[in-house]
Design a protein around this ligand. Structure first.
Ligand code: PHE
Length: 347
């Protein structure tokens, strides 16, 4: 019986020397240590032995069994270390500095919309200048969207902002200005806030008009605020976003909730001002209607117009994203065309 152990030990040692992959090791383990393996058949053979012999033999078998287990574990460890060594130093070294997520998987995970990227950038600039960022629902009512902005029922200014009405009389906000009244009531004066949001209009769509688009409203109200404050903040923001000084111009513009009202245009960055479909051939893009908040609007917001003045602007975020990323058709944003939309990455 003892000879039997010696023979098996030799067999195991030889087989172990030949095994050089983990599956081969596993085969060896099953053959020797498995339920029907050599070790358990040795144990079964013990029945025929006397008690004395059983003790001595059992001890030897157990010793050897432990030896086999240790040898297998050591061989497994060596193989794993060799594999790591091969990956790092092998003929085709494995670059352990590669990012954990391969680029393809990152693309499948999605990306930020160019509008989100621009929105965050504009928010960062305004927050650094002391503005708070406010949230406001997409569904609002006639009072907030129009009446509180000095646009009574049947006012012709409503024609410019036809929208989608819900059966309960509420409506989808046509502009971020719809939040002005709520924010004035929430904070009172002085106040410095921006409020980005999705807006909806019943529009005929073309390369620069969509029925769903994003704006970023801004308001600053304090004692002796003038239009020069507005120009300063807008120029600072635009030169941060475009990383260069960009040309702007102010034209008079009419909005019932500002007096005086302006259109702030920037030179078209797609055609450089020569004229293209995105700028309707004019070389300028209407980017930001703005003006001094009308006293009636301040009053409806609970702010004393005798004491406070303020400016408001309604930045076209979607248009800004078109300018920044050179998107020539506004309809691309809602097209769900991932090939187009996933190419923008945060800087
Ligand atoms: N709410 C206006 C619009 O969307 C823009 C605007 C905002 C004008 C603030 C002046 C001041 O057309």
């Amino acid at each position: 019986m003892l000879d039997h152990i010696t023979a098996l030990r030799e067999r195991f040692d030889q087989a172990l020397a030949k095994a050089d992959t983990p599956p081969e090791l596993e085969e060896l383990r099953v053959a020797f240590l498995g339920k029907k393996g050599h070790v358990s058949s040795l144990m079964k053979g013990m029945k025929a032995l006397s008690n004395e012999e059983k003790k001595a033999f059992g001890l030897r078998v157990n010793e050897w069994k432990e030896g086999v287990e240790q040898a297998l574990a050591a061989a497994k460890r060596r193989m794993e270390e060799a594999e790591i060594d091969r990956l790092i130093h092998g003929a085709k070294p494995y670059d352990i500095t590669l990012p954990a997520v391969p680029p393809l998987a990152a693309a499948a995970r999605g990306s930020y919309s160019p509008i989100t990227l621009v929105q965050r950038e504009v928010e960062r600039v305004f927050v650094s200048m002391g503005f708070t960022v406010e949230d406001y629902p997409e569904i609002t009512d006639d009072y907030s969207c129009f009446q509180a902005l000095n646009i009574p029922e049947h006012h012709p200014a409503r024609d410019m902002q036809d929208t989608y009405y819900l059966s309960n009389g509420q409506l989808l906000k046509t502009h971020t200005s719809a939040a002005q009244n709520a924010i004035m009531r929430k904070y009172g004066a002085p106040l410095k806030a921006i409020f980005p949001g999705r807006c909806f209009r019943n529009e005929a769509t073309d390369a620069c008009h969509e029925n769903t688009f994003f704006q970023m409203e801004g308001m600053m109200i304090d004692e002796s605020i003038s239009i020069s404050n507005l120009i300063y903040f807008m120029k600072t923001m635009l030169s941060e976003v475009f990383r260069k000084d960009i040309r702007v111009r102010l034209r008079p513009g009419f909005f019932p909730f500002v007096e005086p009202g302006f259109e702030l245009d920037i030179s078209c960055l797609i055609c450089g001002g020569a004229g293209c479909p995105s700028c309707k051939g004019g070389g300028w893009l209407e980017l930001c209607p703005c003006g001094m908040i009308h006293p009636n609007v301040l009053r409806m917001g609970g702010i004393d117009p005798e004491r406070y003045t303020g400016f408001a602007f309604g930045l076209g975020l979607t248009r800004l994203a078109m300018m920044k990323y050179g998107v020539s058709d506004i309809r691309d944003f809602n097209s769900c065309d991932l090939k187009k939309l996933s190419q923008f990455i945060a800087e």
